[in-house]
Write a protein that binds this ligand. Structure first.
Ligand SMILES: [Zn+2]
Ligand SMILES: [Zn+2]
Length: 236
């Protein structure tokens, strides 16, 4: 299995990440990627990029050094209604990709029901295309209900390489998520969540997990640029 699209990376626009757009593109290329998502944290988080960052992503070409650049954001889920910190901000409506994630911020962590409702609300948001790192040990939720809702709304669920690599992931839950994705036909999106250029496109842990679970390639978005762009509604 070959992953050629990394949908989740950060740049200097978030202070706790350390590379530029060009550096991320360079390592995307070195690591065999054909497309890369730029998904810096949104303004609601303590270290999110300024709103103008997202508004001005239009200055970036769609292709840099032969790599398709997908202009996006990683939004913060705020509560159990699934409200996002990007709600009502016009520039976010123009993004090519919105990942919605729960971070250790706002009302989180709470209990399983609260987290489940937070995800269900975020999934219903029309701009949200991917649920980010649903593997976090601190935020348990009803896996089957959320994966089923993702299928119904055309949202993908993320396999986050950083979580696997850095030991943040609840491995049993990741396996349950993949099993439920197979059962309901829900797409999985692979993202490194790189905060430094050298991590971009580095998917060893994700590939090992997908192989261990014998996960069907047809449900992985990142094996084809066309498949990913089609899923995001960006196909020409
Ligand atoms: Zn995140
Ligand atoms: Zn991230």
């Amino acid at each position: 299995m070959k992953i050629i699209v990394d949908t989740h990376t950060h740049t200097l626009a978030s202070n706790h990440a350390f590379s530029t757009i060009l550096e991320n593109v360079e390592y995307a290329k070195r690591n065999g990627m054909k497309a890369i998502g730029f998904t810096d944290h949104t303004h609601g988080g303590e270290d999110g990029a300024h709103r103008w960052h997202f508004k001005n992503l239009k200055v970036l070409p769609s292709v840099i050094n032969d790599i398709r650049v997908i202009k996006g954001a990683e939004a913060n889920i705020l509560n159990d209604r699934g409200d996002l910190d990007i709600d009502g901000v016009e520039s976010y409506g123009k993004l090519e990709l919105v990942i919605a994630s729960i971070h250790n911020d706002y009302d989180f962590p709470q209990n399983k029901e609260y987290h489940t409702n937070a995800y269900l609300g975020a999934i219903a948001h029309p701009n949200v295309k991917i649920i980010g790192h649903p593997d976090d040990k601190r935020f348990d939720f009803d896996v089957e209900a959320v994966v089923k809702a993702c299928k119904e709304s055309g949202t993908a669920i993320e396999l986050n390489n950083s979580s696997l690599k850095k030991g943040r992931a609840d491995i049993a839950r990741v396996k349950r998520i993949l099993k439920a994705c197979r059962e309901f036909g829900t797409y999985v999106s692979c993202g490194t969540d790189a905060h430094f250029a050298m991590e971009v496109g580095s998917f060893a842990e994700s590939i090992a997990m997908l192989e261990e679970c014998q996960f069907p390639e047809k449900l992985i978005l990142n094996t084809s640029v066309e498949k990913m762009l089609d899923f995001l509604g960006l196909a020409e």
